[in-house]
Structure formats: C-alpha cells, structure tokens
Unconditional design. Structure first.
Length: 139
C-alpha cells in the first residue's frame, strides 16, 4: 500500500509517518521496482516531496499493525521515547500500564479538586481569581 493509504488507515499524517521512520519507530518500507527512495529532503519541501514520491514506497500489513500500535500507545500517553521498549519487549507493557494508570489517577484527583474549587466559587459568586469570603487558601 502507498504512504497516503497507510497514513489514512492508521489515522496519522504522512508527516507523522515519516517522523516515525526518522526516529526508528517504524521500519522503512520496501523499495519499488525502480529502487528509488527519496528520504533526504529539506523539511519545508517534505509535504510536496511526499506527495510526489509516495508511490515509490510499498507498505504491508506489518507496517500497518506496528503503526496502529504506535498510535494506540501514544493515545494512552506513552512518550515517543519510551515506545521502542514497549513495542519490542511486550513484558514491559505491564509496568508501563501500571505507570499510566497511576498518572491517570493523579490527573483525575487534580481535576476533581479543580472542579470542587470551581463549585465553591460558583456557589459564592466569587470571581475565578479570588477565593470566596471567609476561606483561606491552603488552610
């Protein structure tokens, strides 16, 4: 499949796809019969170049599967720098999921606290930059 087809199926941009190639998350595709691969392009010309040369890349289902794994993990909050370990060593996944769960729980607590403050401000008619009368911050 062509670059644009792979990107569309995975829900990513062609630029993201190329970025994953550059940082080593996604294996370079096979070359076509003419053997030309044009990866050495200045960033400002990258989009135009990709549109002109995308037919020269042949991706297969392995590329799609890995790209879908990359997008799923990034959606879960895994930093790109951590992806090689997770993608290439499935035993790392359990620890990673535990860490992501702790981070999500902490974020939920922070947002719940923020909502409580907003509720108090609304109840007392206070502006967001002031505490309601009679309440002391941190006390």
């Amino acid at each position: 499949m062509r670059t644009s087809e792979l990107a569309a199926l995975a829900g990513v941009t062609i630029r993201a796809l190329r970025h994953y190639h550059r940082i080593g998350l996604l294996e370079a595709p096979a070359r076509t019969a003419d053997g030309q691969v044009h990866d050495q392009v200045q960033d400002q010309d990258q989009d135009q170049h990709e549109q002109e040369c995308e037919h020269e890349y042949e991706y297969d289902v392995r590329h799609l599967a890995r790209l879908l794994r990359i997008t799923r993990l990034t959606e879960l909050g895994v930093p790109l720098a951590d992806l090689p370990d997770v993608l290439d060593a499935p035993d790392v996944a359990a620890d990673l999921l535990d860490r992501l769960d702790r981070e999500a729980a902490a974020e939920i607590r922070r947002l719940t606290s923020r909502r409580a403050v907003i509720a108090v401000l609304r109840e007392h008619g206070a502006t967001p930059d002031l505490l309601p009368t009679g309440r002391v911050r941190g006390g």
